[in-house]
Design a binder for this molecule. Structure first.
Ligand SMILES: Nc1nc2c(c(=O)[nH]1)N[C@H]1C(S)=C(S)[C@@H](COP(=O)(O)OP(=O)(O)OC[C@H]3O[C@@H](n4cnc5c(=O)[nH]c(N)nc54)[C@H](O)[C@@H]3O)O[C@H]1N2
Ligand SMILES: Nc1nc2c(c(=O)[nH]1)N[C@H]1C(S)=C(S)[C@@H](COP(=O)(O)OP(=O)(O)OC[C@H]3O[C@@H](n4cnc5c(=O)[nH]c(N)nc54)[C@H](O)[C@@H]3O)O[C@H]1N2
Ligand SMILES: [Mo]
Length: 722
C-alpha cells in the first residue's frame, strides 16, 4: 500500500524509495517494498507456464499449458463430477491486482462446491462475529489509531506486520504519537517489537483473552461505567450482556489469564475514562482456541465504553472502491446464523460462512468414497507450510489425479502440481488495492501503472487464467474458453449488484479485465460519479491523473447505514456466541499446560513466500524458539542449543533463544519455514530452510464456533536434542 518511487536503469530497478508525496504513506516504506526489484529479478520466479511430464518439469507455451489443464481435469470431472474438484486460495490473493478482483469468479462460477483458504487460519472468527453482530461478514470495525489517546493492542504486532484488518501508514510513528498524548498497552504473551514501543506490556496466558475481556465487561457493569454514546440507539442486547458478564469477575479469571484482578479492573476504568480509546485484537486473538469469543468481546468492550463508530474508537471505513467481499453471502443475508448447512465428509466439521477448516483438506483427499477430492486448484497459496499439520497435506498431494497451481514459485506446495500457471510480477502489472483498502483508516485511492512490460506480450494476466480455469470447470476446454464473454458475464453481475445494467455500462469501455472492474467499483463507490449521475465524482481516469493518490479523509460515523441486520441494530450478544461460553468456563478450570507454543512474524518475511528474496534473508537465523530463562534453566538450555519440540501431532528440532521477552510457560516460533524440500526451486530459501512449526499444530485444534485453526496455545514439550 505504500507509495513507491522506482528508479529504472537499463530495464532493471536501480533503486526503490518511499514516495514522499504519496497521500497515504508520505515516504514510509518497509523492507519488503524496497525489495520488489529483487523479487522481480529472482531467477527462481516462474515466468513461463510449466507442466510435469514423467516427473520432470518442462516450460511450455500458454496454449500447451491450458491444454494440459484440460487433459487433466476433464476426465476427473466426467468420472466423479465437479465435487471431486476443490481449490485452496492463499493470502496474496488479497493483495494482487487481478486475483483479488477475479477470485470471486472462480469461487462463484466454477461450480466447485467446497473450497479452502488461508482465511480459516486467519480472520474467520472476525468474519463470523461481524456477520452475527452487524449482518456483514466483512463489516469489520477498524481501530481509528490516528485519532485515539488510548490504544490497547491484543494479539497483534503491527510494528512488524504493519497491521492486519487495519491499514494505516507508518504504524510505528502512529504509536509514538499516541504515546506523546496518551497511552499504548500491549496484551501479548510476548514482549514484541510493538510491546517494546508501548507504555505497558501485560503478558497473558495464550487463549485466555476472552476471559480477560469478559472480566473487563463485568467491571464496566459492576462499577456503572457503561456509556454507549451516540451509537447507543443502535445497540441491542445490553441486558443480556450484563447478565452474561455477571459470572466473570476479575478474581475468577485472574489465575487463568495471569493478569492481576486489580489490573483488569483498572483496564476497564482506563477504557471507560478516556475520551478516545480503542481495543484492537488480531491474529493472536483469532488463531487461538477461543478465537470467536475473543474477537467478539473486543467489539463489545469498544461498544460498552462508547468508543464505537466515533473518532478515535472502532469505526467502519469507507473504501473508495468496493470489493466483492462487501456483499452478503447467499443464503445468509441479514446476519442469519444457520451454520452447519452441510458438514465435511470425513470429520463432520460444520460449514461456517461457507468454509470448513483448511486442516480438513488432507483427509478429504486421503479418504476414499463418494465425494473424495481428486483434483485441486491452488491459487497463491502454500498450505504445506501454512496450514495446521501441513505435513499431512504434503503426504497426500501426490495422490491427486490432477493438481493445478496458479503461483509464481516452485515451492513446498506447488512441487506437487502437474501444471503451474505463473502470474506477472508486481512490477509488470498495475496496482490499486482491493481488499486491504476496506480496512484503511482513511479513504484513499492510489493507482500505479506497471513499471515493466511483461517479457512475453502474450502472457495472460492472472484474471485470464482464473477465467479459463472457471470455464474448464464448467465444461469448456481451457484453451477454448471465450475469455471476453465470461469476463463480460462477471462484469454484468457486478453491475447488477449496483442496480445497473451491464450491457449499458459496458458501452463505456473498449476492453475488459481488472481495470474495467476497478473503474466500476470506484465510480459506484461512495465518492464515484455513478456514470454521470454524480457529476465531478470519482473515476479511474481521475485517480490516474493523481499519481500521488487522492485522500477523501478519515473515517466518519456510519451507523446505522453500515448495518445489514434486518432490524438495523447491532446485535451485542448473539446466541451462537453465548453458546460457546461453557467451553471457556471449562478452560478456566483446566490444569495449566506445562508449555504452550505461539507463533510470531518477522519484518522481513511474508508468511512463507518472501524467503527467496536475498536482501530480505540477510542477518541471523530467524527460525528459532523463544523461551523464558526460567523454562530454559530447568532444562539446562542456553541460547543456540538445539531442542526437540513435540506436540500431539509431531516433533521438530530447532535452536533456542533464551529471552525474558516472553511469559514463562510460553515458547514462540515463526511460521512459514521448513524449506529445503526436494523438487523445489527456491535457492535462497532452501539455503536457510528452518523448520515448519505447523507440524506441531493438531488439525482438530480449532476455535469451535468458526472452525478457525488454533495455531497459538499448542501444548508442547521440550527436551534438549541429542
Ligand atoms: N503457525 C502459523 N501458521 C499460520 C499463521 C501463523 O501465524 N502461525 N498465519 C496464517 C495466516 S494469517 C495466513 S494469511 C496463512 C498464509 O497462508 P498461504 O497464503 O497459504 O501462505 P503464503 O506463504 O502466504 O503463500 C503464498 C503463496 O503465494 C505465492 N505467490 C506470491 N505472490 C504471488 C502472486 O503474485 N501470484 C500468485 N499466483 N502467487 C503468488 C507464493 O509463491 C506462495 O506459494 O498462513 C497461516 N498460517
Ligand atoms: N512482516 C510481515 N508482515 C506481515 C506478515 C508477515 O508474515 N510478515 N503476514 C501478514 C498476514 S497474512 C497477517 S494475517 C498479518 C498478521 O498481523 P498480526 O495480527 O500483527 O500478527 P503477528 O505479528 O503474528 O502477531 C500476533 C501476536 O499474537 C500473539 N499471541 C499469540 N497467542 C496469543 C494469545 O492467545 N493472546 C494474545 N493476546 N496474544 C497472542 C503473538 O505472540 C504475536 O505477538 O500480518 C501481515 N503482515
Ligand atoms: Mo494472514
Amino acid at each position: 500500500m505504500c507509495g513507491l518511487e522506482i528508479q529504472v536503469d537499463g530495464g532493471r530497478v536501480s533503486r526503490i524509495r518511499g514516495n514522499q508525496d504519496d497521500v497515504w504513506s508520505r515516504g514510509h516504506l518497509c523492507p519488503k517494498g524496497v525489495s520488489l526489484g529483487a523479487l522481480h529479478d529472482d531467477p527462481d520466479r516462474i515466468r513461463k507456464p510449466m507442466i510435469k511430464v514423467d516427473g520432470q518439469w518442462r516450460e511450455v507455451s500458454w496454449d500447451t499449458a491450458f491444454r494440459r489443464c484440460t487433459e487433466l481435469l476433464q476426465p476427473v470431472i466426467s468420472r466423479y463430477g465437479i465435487a471431486a474438484v476443490s481449490s485452496y486460495v492463499g493470502n496474496p490473493t488479497a493483495h494482487t491486482f487481478s486475483l483479488g478482483r477475479y477470485i470471486g469468479l472462480l469461487l462463484g462460477m466454477s461450480g466447485i462446491p467446497t473450497s479452502y483458504s488461508s482465511g480459516t487460519v486467519d480472520q474467520w472468527p472476525k468474519n463470523l462475529t461481524s456477520h452475527l453482530m452487524y449482518g456483514g461478514w466483512w463489516t469489520i470495525p477498524v481501530p481509528d489509531i490516528q485519532r485515539t489517546d488510548l490504544l490497547v493492542i491484543m494479539g497483534a504486532n503491527p510494528a512488524v506486520s504493519q497491521g492486519s484488518l487495519l491499514a494505516a501508514p507508518n504504524i510505528n510513528a502512529i504509536i509514538g504519537d499516541i504515546r506523546s498524548r496518551g497511552t499504548v498497552i500491549v496484551i501479548d504473551p510476548v514482549r514484541t517489537a510493538t510491546a517494546a514501543k508501548a507504555d505497558e506490556w501485560l503478558p497473558i496466558t495464550p487463549g485466555t483473552d476472552a476471559a480477560l475481556l469478559l472480566a473487563v465487561i463485568h467491571t464496566l457493569f459492576d462499577e456503572d461505567l457503561v456509556r454507549l454514546g451516540a451509537a447507543g440507539e443502535y445497540i441491542d442486547g445490553i441486558d443480556t450482556m450484563r447478565a452474561v458478564a455477571a459470572d466473570w469477575s476479575p478474581q475468577r479469571v485472574a489465575p487463568a489469564t495471569g493478569i492481576d484482578a486489580e489490573r483488569i479492573r483498572r483496564l476497564a476504568r482506563q477504557l471507560a475514562g478516556a475520551d478516545r480509546a480503542v481495543v484492537y485484537g488480531r491474529i493472536g486473538l483469532c488463531t487461538q482456541e477461543f478465537g470467536s469469543l475473543a474477537s467478539w468481546l473486543v467489539d463489545v468492550v469498544n461498544i460498552l465504553t462508547g468508543h464505537f463508530d466515533t473518532p478515535g474508537g472502532a469505526m467502519f471505513p469507507r473504501a473508495t472502491a468496493w470489493s466483492l467481499t462487501t456483499r452478503q453471502l447467499p443464503g445468509l443475508e441479514g446476519g442469519r446464523s444457520e451454520f452447519g448447512r452441510w458438514r465435511t465428509r470425513v470429520r463432520g466439521a460444520k460449514e461456517v460462512l461457507g468454509q470448513t477448516p483448511v486442516s480438513c483438506l488432507a483427509e478429504e483427499i486421503a479418504t476414499p468414497g463418494e465425494g473424495q477430492v481428486k483434483a485441486l486448484i491452488t491459487v497463491a497459496g502454500n498450505p504445506v507450510l501454512s496450514s495446521p499439520a501441513g505435513h499431512d497435506l504434503d503426504a497426500v498431494l501426490p495422490t491427486l489425479e490432477a493438481m493445478i497451481s496458479v503461483d509464481c514459485w516452485l515451492n513446498e506446495t506447488t512441487r506437487h502440481a502437474d501444471v503451474i500457471l505463473p502470474g506477472l510480477s508486481p512490477l509488470e502489472q498495475p496496482h490499486h488495492d482491493d481488499l486491504l483498502l476496506q480496512f484503511a483508516v482513511s479513504s484513499v485511492t492510489n493507482y500505479s501503472p506497471p513499471v515493466f512490460h511483461p517479457c512475453d506480450p502474450d502472457r495472460p494476466g492472472e484474471w485470464e487464467i482464473l477465467i479459463r480455469l472457471t470455464g474448464l470447470c464448467t465444461g469448456t476446454p481451457a484453451e477454448d474458453v471465450d475469455v471476453a464473454a465470461l469476463d463480460d458475464g462477471f462484469f454484468d453481475v457486478l453491475c447488477y449488484l449496483q442496480d445497473l445494467t451491464g450491457a449499458d455500462i459496458r458501452k463505456h469501455y473498449d476492453s475488459g479485465g481488472p481495470e474495467r472492474i476497478l473503474d466500476l467499483t470506484l465510480r459506484t463507490g461512495p465518492f464515484g460519479d455513478r456514470y454521470g449521475e454524480n457529476p465531478g465524482g470519482l473515476t479511474l481516469d481521475q485517480v490516474k491523473a493523481h499519481p500521488n493518490g487522492i485522500d477523501f479523509g478519515p473515517m466518519v460515523p456510519q451507523l446505522p447505514g453500515v448495518l445489514s441486520t434486518p432490524e438495523a441494530k447491532v446485535r451485542l450478544a448473539p446466541q451462537y456466541l453465548l453458546d460457546d461460553l461453557p467451553r471457556l468456563a471449562a478452560r478456566l478450570d483446566r490444569r495449566p499446560d506445562e508449555l504452550v507454543l505461539v507463533s510470531r512474524r518477522h519484518l522481513r518475511s511474508n508468511n512463507s513466500w518472501m524467503h527467496n528474496v536475498g536482501p530480505l534473508m540477510k542477518g541471523k537465523d530467524r527460525c528459532t524458539l523463544l523461551i523464558h530463562p526460567d523454562d530454559a534453566a530447568v532444562r539446562t538450555l542456553r541460547t543456540g542449543d538445539s531442542v526437540v519440540v513435540a506436540s500431539a501431532t509431531g516433533r521438530l528440532e530447532v535452536p533456542v533463544e533464551v529471552t525474558d521477552a516472553i511469559k514463562p510457560g510460553v515458547v514462540s516460533m515463526p511460521h512459514g519455514w521448513g524449506h529445503g524440500k526436494a523438487g523445489t526451486r527456491m535457492a535462497v530459501a532452501n539455503s536457510s530452510p528452518g523448520v515448519n512449526n505447523n507440524i506441531l499444530a493438531p488439525p482438530t485444534f480449532v476455535d469451535e464456533p468458526s472452525g478457525n485453526g488454533a495455531v497459538n496455545g499448542i501444548p508442547v514439550t521440550i527436551t534438549a536434542a541429542r
